[in-house]
Structures are given as structure tokens and as C-alpha cells.
Design a protein around this ligand. Structure first.
Ligand code: HEC
Ligand code: HEC
Ligand code: HEC
Ligand code: HEC
Ligand code: HEC
Length: 250
């Protein structure tokens, strides 16, 4: 009986299984290649938006926490863009006559959401999750550039696979703990970074890695590798698996 299934048949069967298993991924890939030009936005180029929303003004000068608007960024895969009601908590009272805010008022009247142009996007076949990165203290600026300077939001990094892998290969080079706030969780440290900017534009009591985050450097590194290695251990970062294809391509 065993003779009927010679090893070569076995290999063909295995190959067929492999092809069928990877079909959705290959299909996704083909579609992404087709749509790449239209969805790909360039780093540093502000997009046309229905309302000229300024992060510099709202998140730094007014001091509104990222989580007030991006409510799910700590807890879920997506950060989410705020609904019109969030804007209207203030703009039903402030600058109620500003023509720039007319699309916001119209959206509130009609219940039709504002159509923001999407700035950051990875293809459908890539899995990304915000909450795990925030939990490990990876700052928004590391992936989105110098948000605090943006009058109109622009993409801060390429978000290419090679770029993700730079950190996934050697997370100890990028993880850090704020020495000025040792009792603070890594998660809270992400938001403390912007509070420092709100308090002091020069960022005087910042760590070296934070100074470079300030300028939106391409993946600023933590020079204190020993500290990074300690954090990898303490947080049980699955370093060996972080470059597995299946982490980002299900
Ligand atoms: C008052 C509300 C508000 C606050 C506070 C706020 N944002 Fe935003 N954010 C928005 C809105 C509205 C958009 C969509 C329009 C745009 O892209 O500018 C947006 C878009 C973004 C995007 C781009 C989304 C995309 O399309 O890819 C990033 C990244 C971002 N915010 C990061 C931050 C960070 C980091 C903070 C805190 C330092 C923050 N935001 C604080 C309202 C806010
Ligand atoms: C916590 C209160 C608050 C929230 C929430 C808020 N804003 Fe504002 N916004 C302000 C204030 C205050 C100003 C004007 C400050 C100034 O320039 O003196 C302003 C100014 C603006 C301006 C410039 C208006 C002009 O004519 O120059 C725009 C556009 C704007 N906001 C859009 C938004 C949008 C879109 C949202 C929701 C995503 C939002 N804001 C949420 C407080 C807020
Ligand atoms: C490790 C990199 C990384 C970090 C850290 C990060 N983001 Fe993102 N962000 C991304 C990627 C990648 C996308 C595109 C996701 C997609 O296409 O599904 C994105 C998309 C977004 C969007 C668009 C809406 C959405 O959920 O897709 C917003 C808003 C946003 N990020 C805000 C934030 C804020 C606020 C923080 C910090 C609290 C933050 N991000 C931290 C990589 C990051
Ligand atoms: C600056 C460092 C850094 C960058 C940049 C980064 N990551 Fe991560 N990523 C991490 C760390 C740290 C973890 C947590 C791993 C752990 O604790 O086991 C993680 C976890 C993940 C996970 C979850 C793995 C799981 O076990 O569920 C996914 C998915 C992921 N990253 C995708 C991406 C993608 C896609 C990009 C690029 C768009 C990216 N990451 C960029 C550091 C980074
Ligand atoms: C940390 C997350 C991450 C891991 C791990 C990862 N990828 Fe990717 N991959 C991405 C992102 C993000 C993109 C989309 C951006 C781009 O094309 O560079 C992508 C795109 C691709 C593409 C399409 C390239 C193109 O030109 O459109 C292929 C093929 C691919 N990955 C294969 C792999 C294989 C094989 C592995 C395992 C050896 C792997 N990936 C591991 C994040 C990851």
C-alpha cells in the first residue's frame, strides 16, 4: 500500500498545498502592485484635506492628548480618526464663524462624516497593530515623523517592509525607558513625550533618542543598548519571531 504513494507524489501534493495556502497572499500581492501607485503617498508631502487640521496647533499649542481624538490607539490595532462630534465639543463654541470650519459644521448638520484623505497606509496583506507598539513604548513619532510640527499632516516614514524589519530584527536598538520618569509605564511614556513638548519647546529634559525623535529622524536609535536589551527581556519581546513572515502576513 505504502508503495502506491511514492515520495515524488508526496512532493507534488505538498507543493499543491503550499500553492493553495499562499493563494490569497499572492492575489493580495498582485492587487497591491496594481494599486501601489495610486495609494502610495510620498514621505513629507502634506495631503489635500477637506479641513486644514493642524496637529501643531491642537496637539502641542492647545495641549490636547493624542488619545482624546485617536481613542483606540492604545487598545486596538487601529488608531482611528475622530468623528465630527469630537471637533464640535470645542467648535460649537470656538471659531463658530470660521469659513475653514464650514465642512465640520456641515458634517455635524448632515451626519455625513468628513472625508479625510488617508495619509498612512500599508497594503491589505500586511497586518499592523498599534496597541502592541504603544505598549512597548514605541513612540508615534518613530513611525509618523515629527507630528508636533505638522500644520497639515504628512507621512513621516516610508513604512516599507525593510523599514519595519530594521526594528523587528534588533528591537533592543530602539526600545528605551525615559530616565527622568523611571516609574512611568512604557505606554504612558509615549504620551509624556508630547507633554514635554507642550511644557518646553526646546525639549530640554529629553533623552538623546527623544531629541532625535523630535526631528522625525528615520528610526532614531537608542545608544544605550544595554537598556534596550534589558527591556527586551523584561517585556518578553519575542525577538526570534519578530521577523517571521507570518507576524505581518497572515
Ligand atoms: C483634536 C483632535 C486630534 C488630536 C488631539 C490629535 N489628532 Fe491626529 N488626527 C486628527 C485628525 C482629524 C486627523 C485626520 C486629518 C489629518 O490627517 O490631519 C488626524 C490624523 C493623524 C495621523 C495620520 C492619519 C492617517 O491618515 O494616516 C496621525 C499619524 C496622527 N493623527 C497622529 C497624532 C498624534 C501622534 C497625536 C498626538 C501627539 C495626534 N494625532 C493628536 C485629529 C487629532
Ligand atoms: C479642545 C478644543 C478643540 C478641539 C477638540 C478641536 N479644536 Fe480646532 N481649534 C481649537 C481652538 C481653540 C482653535 C483656534 C485657536 C486660535 O487660532 O486662536 C482651533 C482652530 C481650528 C482651526 C483653524 C480655524 C481658523 O479659521 O483658522 C481648524 C481648521 C480646526 N480648529 C479644526 C478642528 C477639527 C477638524 C477638529 C476635530 C478633529 C478640531 N479642530 C478639534 C480648539 C479645538
Ligand atoms: C510602529 C509604528 C507605528 C507607531 C508607533 C504608531 N503608528 Fe500610527 N500607523 C502606523 C501604520 C503602519 C499605519 C497604517 C496602518 C494601516 O494601513 O492599516 C498607521 C496609521 C495611523 C493612523 C490612521 C488611522 C489608522 O488607524 O489606520 C492614525 C490616526 C495613527 N496611525 C496614529 C498614531 C498615533 C496617535 C500613534 C501614537 C500614540 C501611532 N499612530 C503610533 C504605524 C505606527
Ligand atoms: C521601532 C520599532 C518597531 C517598528 C518600526 C515596527 N515595529 Fe512592529 N513591533 C515592535 C515591537 C517591540 C513589537 C512587540 C513584540 C513583542 O513584544 O513580542 C512589535 C510587534 C509587532 C506585531 C505584533 C506581533 C505579535 O506578536 O502579535 C506586528 C504585526 C508588527 N509589529 C508589525 C509591524 C509592521 C507592519 C511595521 C512596519 C509598518 C512595524 N511593526 C514596525 C517594534 C517595531
Ligand atoms: C515586520 C513586518 C513584516 C515582516 C516580518 C515581513 N513583512 Fe513582508 N511586507 C511588510 C510590509 C509593511 C510590506 C508592504 C510595504 C512594502 O512593500 O515594502 C510588505 C510587503 C511584502 C511583499 C510585497 C513586496 C512588494 O514589492 O510589494 C512581499 C513579497 C513580502 N512582504 C514578503 C515577505 C516575506 C517572504 C517575509 C518573511 C521572510 C516577510 N514579508 C516578512 C511587512 C513585513
Amino acid at each position: 500500500m505504502a508503495q502506491l504513494f511514492r515520495p515524488s507524489h508526496n512532493n507534488v501534493a505538498k507543493l499543491m498545498v503550499a500553492i493553495f495556502a499562499s493563494a490569497p497572499f499572492i492575489l493580495g500581492l498582485a492587487i497591491s502592485q496594481l494599486t501601489r501607485q495610486s495609494t502610495g503617498t510620498k514621505v513629507g508631502v502634506p495631503l489635500d484635506q477637506p479641513v486644514p487640521f493642524s496637529h501643531k496647533h491642537h496637539a502641542i499649542e492647545l495641549g490636547i492628548d493624542c488619545r482624546f481624538c485617536h481613542t483606540s490607539v492604545e487598545t486596538s490595532a487601529v488608531a482611528s480618526v475622530p468623528p465630527t462630534q469630537t471637533c464640535m465639543t470645542c467648535h460649537s463654541q470656538i471659531w463658530t464663524n470660521s469659513p475653514l470650519l464650514e465642512p465640520v459644521r456641515e458634517s455635524y448638520r448632515t451626519g455625513k462624516p468628513i472625508q479625510w484623505a488617508q495619509v498612512n497606509k500599508v497594503p491589505e496583506f500586511v497586518f499592523f497593530n498599534h496597541s502592541i507598539h504603544i505598549d512597548r513604548g514605541v513612540n508615534c513619532n518613530m513611525c509618523h515623523g515629527a507630528i508636533q510640527k505638522m500644520q497639515i499632516t504628512a507621512k513621516g516614514q516610508s513604512l516599507f517592509m525593510s523599514w519595519c524589519l530594521e526594528c523587528h530584527r534588533e528591537p533592543e536598538k530602539f526600545l528605551y525607558k525615559d530616565k527622568a520618569n523611571p516609574q512611568m509605564s512604557l505606554r504612558e511614556q509615549v504620551f509624556e513625550f508630547y507633554k514635554k513638548l507642550q511644557r518646553d519647546d526646546e525639549g530640554r529634559d529629553m533623552m538623546d533618542i527623544e531629541q532625535r525623535m523630535l526631528h522625525g529622524d528615520n528610526l532614531p536609535t537608542n545608544k544605550d543598548i544595554a537598556m534596550g536589551e534589558e527591556l527586551v527581556k523584561q517585556y518578553k519581546v519575542k525577538k526570534e519571531q519578530l521577523t517571521d513572515c507570518s507576524i505581518c502576513h497572515h
